[in-house]
Write a protein that binds this ligand. Structure first.
Ligand SMILES: Cc1cc2nc3c(=O)[nH]c(=O)nc-3n(C[C@H](O)[C@H](O)[C@H](O)COP(=O)(O)OP(=O)(O)OC[C@H]3O[C@@H](n4cnc5c(N)ncnc54)[C@H](O)[C@@H]3O)c2cc1C
Length: 484
């Protein structure tokens, strides 16, 4: 007979966990609701308790005890993840919230580094860098509530990847607690360190399935002294792509953002975003939001103007406007970052977070849109995102007046069709949001089988009892029969 792994969450066991953090840092019953509800309400979870450790040592004690008692642990930062990775679905599981681990341990302007605990809110990290005239360039819509630990665990992207890379590119060192409670102390500030396997990259993008990140050394960059932001009308994704290449040729790495959105997205803004107005006099089929960082107001603006003039000469830019103030810049960005919110009042939305090679974006949009419109006549494709990274949030809003439930029932069929086209273009089914639960079974189909088997081997080596975020990213069988 197979020996079953015990999954004890008896009061006696729970009280041993609670003792580690203290009763006032344990959340139970109804008070757990904010930790169990995902912000789009896509998932509602359950858990035995939420623990809020104060430091790395307390996390280590929790994981040591969890490994011993075979208790499932779900790490959680700001609970803004979009694939259900931070949600616990097991009434016996413990959510470990990093909310109290929110110290900025050090800002070292000379090394251009910042050492932060994993519960630091992204915006607080950005502000700490700005105080010493540095930039921490990770920037995304949830920055007021997401945490550095969550950003690294999902390898978050955002709006400045074009110039600075994803979250994993912004990390020099990392501190992680492993499943058995051992602490991997890797908080080094070194740019060069070729001493074997680069372990930090194992934990970034692992979505809490290999360890709990407790702190990190982040890279800082010179703060821009000038920023020029333009809202540009274009006729098509092809025109936007040509403009992107023109912009890269003229501005190089000073081009920090190059976002694209279709007219329907702006119309949703105008309908549902208080105070929104069309930045241009006439409508255009597509828009680009481009941003250049520089060290001088005049030079930076001139660079943007010359880029737009070049675009006009080549027939790529019929009209554009450049922001004149910080407030105007914020208004332009709001039109882009409100995208998910303004889709909600339009009814159901079937979502995709995909990437294809940058050069394939126009062909992908054309083919996927034709397919979706054929499957659901009247469906409204709202494909917006980070053109500079080949990453689109290829969202499909329901036809006007359609039944939401019937439309949402087509989620899988539409996903399948869109992802088939993504695969044809050698793209990715998850560009920046991760896998979590939402895309776990999709990953098993889309990922190269050898890569998948290496992922399983790593999981087995680092978490043999399967206590860390079970059921997320990978589906696997824990020794003893328990399914994860
Ligand atoms: C409005 C909005 C806009 C967004 N825009 C973008 C965007 O532009 N680009 C983008 O990439 N993403 C975006 N996201 C999603 C993005 O992944 C998350 O916002 C963020 O990176 C997750 O951080 P968090 O602290 O909320 O993590 P959570 O949601 O709490 O957790 C996310 C995952 O990380 C794990 N985790 C959390 N903390 C730790 C830790 N310390 N150690 C180990 N594992 C941990 C969790 O178990 C879970 O699997 C957006 C989300 C929202 C709501």
């Amino acid at each position: 007979m197979k020996k079953k792994t015990a999954r004890v969450s008896s009061e006696a066991t729970l009280s041993r966990f609670v003792k580690i953090v203290g009763e006032k840092n344990a959340v139970r019953g109804e008070d757990m609701t904010p930790y169990l509800r995902e912000q789009r309400d896509l998932y509602r979870g359950k858990a035995a308790i939420v623990l809020k450790p104060a430091n790395t040592e307390e996390v280590a004690k929790i994981l040591a005890l969890a490994d011993k008692t075979k208790t499932a642990i779900v790490p959680q930062g700001g609970n803004t993840g979009l694939v259900g990775g931070q949600t616990s679905f097991d009434k016996n599981a413990i959510i470990v919230s990093t909310a109290r681990m929110n110290r900025i341990r050090e800002v070292d302007a000379n090394s251009n580094t910042m050492t932060v605990e994993s519960g630091v809110i992204l915006q607080n990290a950005q502000e700490a860098a700005a105080k010493v005239e540095r930039l921490f360039p990770l920037s995304l819509g949830a920055e007021g509530s997401c945490t550095i630990g969550g950003n690294l665990s999902t390898n978050a992207g955002g709006t400045q990847v074009l110039a600075y890379g994803n979250a994993r590119d912004l990390v020099l060192g990392i501190e992680v607690v492993l499943a058995g409670g051992k602490i991997l102390r890797g908080l080094r500030k070194l740019k060069k360190d070729n001493t074997g396997y680069d372990l930090r990259h194992l934990f970034m993008g692992a979505e809490g399935t290999l360890g709990i990140i407790t702190a990190a050394v982040l890279k800082l960059f010179p703060a821009p002294r000038a920023i020029s932001t333009a809202w540009i009308g274009v006729s098509s994704p092809e025109a936007a792509l040509s403009l992107l290449n023109l912009a890269l040729a003229r501005a190089g790495t000073s081009l920090t953002s190059f976002e694209i959105m279709p007219r329907i997205a702006l119309e949703f803004d105008l309908r549902h975003l208080p105070g929104a107005r069309d930045p241009l006099g006439s409508p255009y089929p597509w828009y680009v939001l481009a941003e250049i960082f520089g060290d001088d107001e005049t030079r930076t603006r001139e660079l943007m103007e010359s880029l737009l003039a070049g675009g006009m000469e080549q027939g790529l830019v019929p009209d554009a406007t450049i922001s004149e103030s910080r407030e105007q810049r914020n208004q332009l960005w709001k039109l882009r970052t409100a995208m998910s919110d303004v889709q909600k009042p339009e009814g159901g939305s079937i979502k995709h977070d995909i990437s294809v090679p940058v050069s394939s974006v126009p062909a992908f949009v054309k083919e996927a849109t034709a397919k979706v419109e054929q499957m659901i006549p009247g469906a409204r494709v709202v494909a917006f995102g980070h053109l500079g990274d080949g990453n689109l949030h290829y969202n499909v809003s329901q036809p006007v007046g359609a039944d939401k439930a019937k439309f949402m029932a087509k989620w899988e069929a539409v996903n399948d069709a869109v992802h088939t086209i993504v695969t044809k273009y050698e793209g990715s089914i998850s560009a920046e949001h991760g896998i979590g639960l939402l895309k776990r079974d999709l990953l098993a189909k889309a990922k190269d089988p050898v890569a998948l088997s290496v992922m399983h081997a790593i999981k087995k080596a680092l978490d043999p009892n399967g206590i860390l975020n079970p059921g997320k990213v990978l589906r696997w069988k824990v020794p003893g029969g328990r399914k994860s």
